[in-house]
Design a protein around this ligand. Structure first.
Ligand code: ATP
Ligand code: ZN
Ligand code: MG
Length: 307
């Protein structure tokens, strides 16, 4: 993991060779070593400690969510290429025999499966909004949540920082436009300061998402022009194209209107979220400080090993 091997394929190989990640045969699905998990655990504690004064309500969601919720959220309009839905076999004896026959022939058999009510969660905050809307009006001071979830995105890649299954930790603020914007501002500062204490080079930049299709270009431009998304970037697999490790999103009243999230006076809520890509932060730490956590700079160990 020296500076010469700064491309995605060789970084991935070096992570395998050092026993930090383990191959599964599928790009973007990896086993993680104990050391890698310890780094994630310690980083999560750091994040939680930083957010502690705000007294967020903590919710851990499973990696699957209601498919109906995903549909209503508009995800299939924007990112159909990334979504994954869980399918299961629901036939009887006859269909089962047919399925085994198809498998024995080495052909396709998955057409005998049907979509279940479960979709894989693409971002930790998607399951939150309907859950909160169902609880009634949002109090005037707004609501704050700390979430964590495994997420799925169908984007197979040799870049170890682009996984298909990865974890996201998020803080989500639901409130007035002013409340959620100031929440995002404060995390932009805190996030950058936190990454700097870990001795990682970083920059914050405006961002836009890969919205699907021709209409997607317009949505991406709009997202940029209105400053709806910022990212904190750290070089992981490339210096020229650093990796988004934290993201800071302002949804305006999109989720408020979609889910009927309102204040007692009937006004729709705005929302914003800050997302921490846990595997990406861990990879950045290993990339910059080396494969052996015992040999990491004392200042970095002081920060991570004191929480
Ligand atoms: P990118 O531009 O690199 O595709 P993104 O804009 O899609 O990232 P977000 O949708 O903002 O990322 O997701 C929140 C956080 O989740 C990101 O800041 C990143 O740290 C992490 N993340 C996103 N996609 C992946 C992935 N494929 N593998 C690992 N972590 C990811
Ligand atoms: Zn979010
Ligand atoms: Mg992406």
């Amino acid at each position: 993991m020296d500076a010469k091997t700064f491309d995605s394929k060789s970084l991935l190989d070096s992570l395998f060779e050092n026993g930090i990640l383990f191959e599964s045969g599928i790009d973007g699905l990896y086993g993680r070593s104990g050391a890698f998990e310890e780094v994630i655990e310690r980083f999560e504690r750091l994040v939680t400690r930083l957010g502690a004064p705000d007294e967020a309500t903590c919710i851990h969601f499973p990696p699957g969510m209601s498919r109906a919720t995903l549909e209503k959220s508009g995800y299939m309009k924007s990112f159909p290429q990334l979504a994954g839905c869980v399918h299961s076999f629901m036939g009887g004896e006859r269909e089962h025999a047919q399925l085994l026959g198809m498998m024995a022939d080495g052909g396709g058999w998955t057409e005998l499966q049907k979509a279940t009510d479960v979709a894989l969660t693409p971002a930790a905050c998607y399951p939150l909004y309907p859950t909160i809307a169902a609880r009634g009006p949002v109090p005037a001071q707004g609501l704050l949540f700390e979430l964590s979830s495994y997420c799925f995105r169908h984007e197979p890649s040799k870049d170890p920082a682009r996984m298909q299954l990865f974890r996201m930790r998020e803080f989500v603020k639901i409130g007035t436009a002013e409340q959620v914007r100031s929440f995002r501002e404060s995390w932009l500062k805190r996030g950058r300061a936190m990454i700097e204490t870990l001795d990682l080079p970083c920059e914050v930049d405006l961002a836009n998402d890969p919205f699907f299709g021709r209409g997607g270009k317009m949505m991406a431009n709009n997202q940029r022009d209105q400053g709806l998304k910022f990212e904190l970037l750290i070089p992981v697999t490339s210096i020229e194209k650093p990796t988004a490790c934290l993201s800071f999103n302002y949804h305006q009243d999109h989720f408020g209107r979609t889910w009927g999230l309102k204040f007692a006076d009937g006004e729709f809520c705005h929302s914003a979220c800050v997302g921490f890509g846990l595997e990406r932060v861990a990879l950045a730490l290993f990339r910059h400080h080396g494969p052996d956590t015992d040999a990491w700079p004392a200042a970095v160990r002081d920060v991570l090993w004191s929480v």
